[in-house]
Design a protein around this ligand. Structure first.
Ligand code: FAD
Length: 690
C-alpha cells in the first residue's frame, strides 16, 4: 500500500477564523503567481551542488529562500515552517537553505521580485551558530564586496529577519540585530519587523507566532501576493516497501548514516557523524531518593576524538519506548511499526532528515523529537485531519487561542501524541499523512554536556555530570521526564547490573540499532568551546558552579591537581558550590577533599546549602560575603568562571560582582559594571551557561 497516494490528494482547508483574519473578510481564490514571469526564463544550469544561491533558485524555480543559522535545530525548524506556510498560504516557491552551503558575494544579483529570509539564532556570548560563521563574517565586514558593484550594493534585495535569542545573555539576539543592521547599511529592504524570539523568557514560540503574522501581511503587500486557501502539500512521499524487511542489510534501523550502516564508521566525528563510544563507568552522585545525578566516563581511546578541559560533549539520545509506543498507537501505526519505508523529498530542495529506507519505528525512535512540547501552530495544522468534528473543534481552539493553549498544553509540557490522545479521546488519528510529522516535528537533537574531566589527567576519557530531568506538573499523572538524561540513567542502570533497565518504567532500546550499541555504548561527538583555564597556571581562578554547573569546574580543578602532581606551581583556586543540602546532592565531596590535600591553601571550597539554614543561601550570597578577597584576587587578574543556570544564578552573580567591585574600590556602580563588561570582553570573565 502506498501511503503517499493519500498524502498527495489531501487538501486542507484552513480554519475559517484565520482566513477572515488575513483577508479582512475578502474571499480568496488561488491567484496568479506574480513571480511566475520572473521564473519563466529559467536558465539551464546543470543540476548538482552549487554554492550560487541565484543559480540554485533559478534551477529550482524558487522565488523565496529561507536561510537558517541554527545550532540546536530550532532555527532550522522555524525556517522549515516559514517555507511551508509561505507556500501553502501565498503560493511562494520557497526553499530552505543552510547558510553554510552558499556564497554571498552575489546577494546583489537577487532581483527584487524575490525575497530572502534570515532565521538566525544567536549562540553563547553573542556568537553566530557554527553554520553562520562565514556568512556573518562576510556580511558584517566593512569592506564587503559584491559582484555587480551597484550603489547601494543591496538596493534590490528584499529580506525578512527573525532571530532566536535568550535575554539572559548580555548580547541578546545580537546575530539578527547585527545582520539586520549590516543589510540596512548595504541598502537592502527589510519587510516587516526584525523579529526577536526569547528563549530566556520561555516565549520563543509565541514571539515567533506574533511576529510572523504582520510580517506575512507586509510581505503580501510588498510583493503583491494574495492569500489563498491553504493547500496541504506533503513535502515527502512515504512508500512502503514490500520487497524489504527490517532484516534487509540496506535498511536503516536507527544508524545515523551510511558508514554506521555498513560498519565502516570512522572520523571525523561531528554533529553529522557520532562516535559510538564505550562507557567506561557510570555511577550515581546523589544520595537523595527522588533525584538522580549521573557521573559517566566515556572512553574515546579507540577514536580520533580529542578534547580540551572546558569543552562540551554531545550525547545522541534515543526516545523512550513508552513514548514511541504512544506515538505509534495514536496514529494507528502500531502494526506497521517495522514496515520498511522509503522516504523521498517531493521537491529537489527539501532534504529527508534521516537516512532511508528505514522503518516507522526507527524514524520515531531515533530521529524525531517526539517528547518535546508540541507547538500551537502544529496543532492548528493537524486539526484538518481530526477523527471527528469535536476533536477538530478542540484542535482548532488550541491552535487559535494562546492562553487556552498555554493552560492546557504548555504548563503540562504535553507532546504531540499525548495531545492527540487527549483531544481524540483515544481515537486513532490515522488520517494525518506521515509527512506532516517529518515536517512538523523537530529532528531529535543531541544534548550538550560540559565536560567534567581534565584532558591533562585523562585525555582519552571524557566525564559528564548530568542531573536527571524530571518535573511533576499540575495537569498530568506522570512527571515529565527529560529524554537524554533518562536514557543516560538507563545506560547507567544497565552497566551496573540491571538486566532490564527501565528508569521510572521508561524502556530504551539500549543496545541500539542491530545491537550496535551493545556492551554499553553511547553515540557522542565533541564540541570545542571557549571556556578555558588561563594559560598561566599560577593565575588565581574563581569558579562559581552550583549544581551541575560544577561540571566544568571539576574539570578545571582536576587539571590543576594534575599540574600540581606534575610539579607545576598552581595559583589560588576558589570553588563556590551550591546545592540543596550536604547529605543528598553534595557532589564530588571526596574529590574536593583530595584537592585540599594536594593543593593546600591554594584550594578552597565555599559551599551554599540552600535548604539547611533558616534562610535560603545561594552561591551569590557567599560571593558577597567574600567581597574583600574576591576584589583582591581580581586585582591580581584572577579569572572568573560561571557555569550553570543562565536565567537566574549567572545573572545575579554578574550583578553581585559589580557591587563588590563598586564597594571595594569605592567607585560608582556604573563604572563597576563597565569593569565587569570589560572583564568579559577580555575573557577574564567566562560563562558556560544553559
Ligand atoms: P529534555 O527532554 O530536553 O527536556 C528538557 C526541557 O524540558 C527543558 O529545556 C525545558 O524546556 C523543559 N522542561 C524542563 N522542566 C520543565 C518543567 N518543569 N516544566 C516545563 N518544561 C520543562 N546539563 C547537565 O546536567 N550537566 C551539564 O554539564 C550540562 N552542560 C550543558 C552545556 C551546554 C553548552 C548546554 C547547552 C547544556 C548543558 N546541559 C547540561 C543541559 C543539557 O544539555 C540538557 O538540556 C539537559 O540534560 C536536559 O536534557 P534532557 O534530554 O534530559 O531533557
Amino acid at each position: 500500500a502506498e501511503l503517499d497516494t493519500m498524502d498527495l490528494v489531501v487538501l486542507v482547508a484552513i480554519l475559517l477564523g484565520t482566513v477572515a483574519y488575513f483577508t479582512k473578510g475578502k474571499l480568496w481564490g488561488v491567484t496568479k503567481d506574480p513571480f511566475a514571469s520572473a521564473l519563466a526564463n529559467t536558465s539551464s544550469i546543470p543540476a548538482g551542488k552549487t554554492r550560487n544561491i541565484l543559480h540554485k533558485m533559478e534551477e529550482q524555480g524558487k522565488n523565496c529562500i529561507i536561510f537558517y543559522g541554527s545550532q540546536t535545530g530550532t532555527a532550522e525548524d522555524y525556517a522549515s515552517r516559514l517555507a511551508k506556510e509561505g507556500k501553502s498560504r501565498f503560493g511562494l516557491e520557497t526553499m530552505v537553505a543552510d547558510l553554510e552551503e552558499y556564497d554571498f558575494d552575489n546577494l546583489d544579483t537577487i532581483p527584487n521580485d524575490k525575497v530572502v529570509f534570515f532565521v538566525l539564532a544567536t549562540y553563547g556570548e553573542g556568537e553566530p551558530t557554527d553554520n553562520a560563521v562565514d556568512f556573518y563574517g562576510f556580511i558584517t565586514n566593512e569592506d564587503v564586496n559584491f559582484t555587480q558593484g551597484n550603489e547601494p550594493p543591496l538596493g534590490n534585495l528584499n529580506y525578512v529577519a527573525f532571530g532566536l535569542g535568550n535575554n539572559t545573555y548580555e548580547h541578546y539576539n545580537s546575530m539578527v540585530r547585527n545582520v539586520d543592521k549590516a543589510l540596512q547599511k548595504l541598502g537592502a529592504h527589510r519587510i516587516g519587523d526584525a523579529g526577536e524570539g526569547d528563549d530566556g523568557a520561555g516565549t520563543m514560540e509565541e514571539d515567533f507566532l506574533a511576529w510572523k503574522e504582520p510580517m506575512w501581511t507586509a510581505l503580501a503587500e510588498k510583493m503583491g501576493l494574495e492569500e489563498r486557501e491553504a493547500v496541504y502539500d506533503p513535502v515527502f512521499s512515504i512508500v512502503e516497501r514490500e520487497d524489504l524487511t527490517k532484516e534487509s542489510p540496506e535498511v536503516y534501523l536507527g544508524e545515523p548514516n551510511k558508514m554506521h550502516l555498513d560498519g565502516t564508521a570512522k572520523g571525523p566525528f561531528n554533529a553529522h557523524n557520532p562516535y559510538i563510544a564505550p562507557i567506561a563507568q557510570s555511577y550515581e552522585l546523589f544520595s537523595a531518593k527522588d533525584r538522580n545525578c549521573i557521573h559517566m566516563d566515556i572512553d574515546i581511546s579507540a577514536s580520533n576524538l580529542n578534547y580540551q578541559t572546558g569543552d562540551h560533549i554531545a550525547i545522541w539520545p534515543t526516545n523512550p519506548g513508552d513514548e514511541v509506543d504512544r506515538f505509534m498507537n495514536v496514529l494507528g501505526l502500531s502494526d506497521k511499526r517495522h514496515t520498511v519505508v522509503s522516504v523521498k523529498a517531493l521537491e529537489a530542495t527539501a532534504k529527508v532528515p534521516f537516512p532511508t529506507p528505514t522503518t516507522y519505528d526507527a524514524i520515531v525512535r531515533y530521529h524525531m523529537e517526539i517528547c518535546a512540547p508540541v507547538s500551537r501552530q502544529f496543532l492548528a495544522q493537524l486539526a484538518a485531519f481530526a477523527p471527528d468534528a469535536e476533536s477538530k473543534a478542540e484542535m482548532t481552539k488550541l491552535g487559535a487561542e494562546k492562553d487556552y493553549f498555554h493552560e492546557k498544553i504548555s504548563v503540562n509540557h504535553l507532546n504531540v501524541a499525548r495531545v492527540l490522545d487527549i483531544v481524540g479521546k483515544g481515537q486513532k488519528w490515522s488520517n494525518i499523512p506521515f509527512s506532516a510529522f517529518i515536517e512538523g516535528i523537530n529532528k531529535l537533537q543531541p544534548r550538550y554536556y560540559s565536560i567534567s574531566s581534565s584532558s591533562l589527567e585523562q585525555p582519552k576519557k571524557i566525564s559528564i555530570t548530568a542531573v536527571v530531568e524530571s518535573a511533576q506538573l499540575p495537569g498530568r499523572d506522570d512527571p515529565f521526564r527529560g529524554v537524554a538524561t533518562n536514557y543516560l540513567l538507563a545506560l547507567k542502570q544497565k552497566q551496573n547490573g540491571d538486566p532490564e533497565p527501565s528508569p521510572f518504567g521508561l524502556t530504551y532500546e539500549i543496545t541500539g540499532p542491530r545491537n550496535k550499541y551493545d556492551g554499553i555504548h553511547v553515540p557522542v561527538h565533541v564540541r570545542h568551546s571557549n571556556f578555558k583555564l588561563p594559560s598561566d597556571p599560577t593565575k588565581p581562578i574563581i569558579c562559581i558552579g552550583p549544581g551541575t554547573g560544577v561540571a566544568p569546574m571539576r574539570g578545571f580543578i582536576r587539571e590543576r591537581l594534575q599540574q600540581a602532581k606534575n610539579g607545576v606551581k598552581v595559583g589560588k583556586t576558589l570553588l563556590f558550590f551550591g546545592c540543596r543540602n550536604s547529605t543528598e546532592d553534595f557532589m564530588y565531596k571526596d574529590e574536593w577533599e583530595e584537592a585540599k590535600q594536594v593543593l593546600g591553601d591554594n584550594f578552597e571550597l565555599i559551599t551554599a546549602f540552600s535548604r539547611e539554614g533558616p534562610k535560603k543561601v545561594y552561591v551569590q550570597h557567599r560571593l558577597k560575603e567574600r567581597a574583600v578577597e574576591i576584589n583582591q584576587l581580581l586585582e591580581q587578574k584572577a579569572y572568573f568562571y560561571v557555569c550553570g543556570d543562565a536565567a537566574h544564578m549567572a545573572r545575579e552573580v554578574n550583578t553581585v560582582l559589580g557591587h563588590i567591585i563598586s564597594e571595594q574600590r569605592g567607585i560608582p556602580e556604573a563604572k563597576a559594571e563597565e569593569i565587569v563588561k570589560s572583564m568579559r570582553s577580555t575573557n577574564q570573565y567566562q560563562e558556560d551557561v544553559w
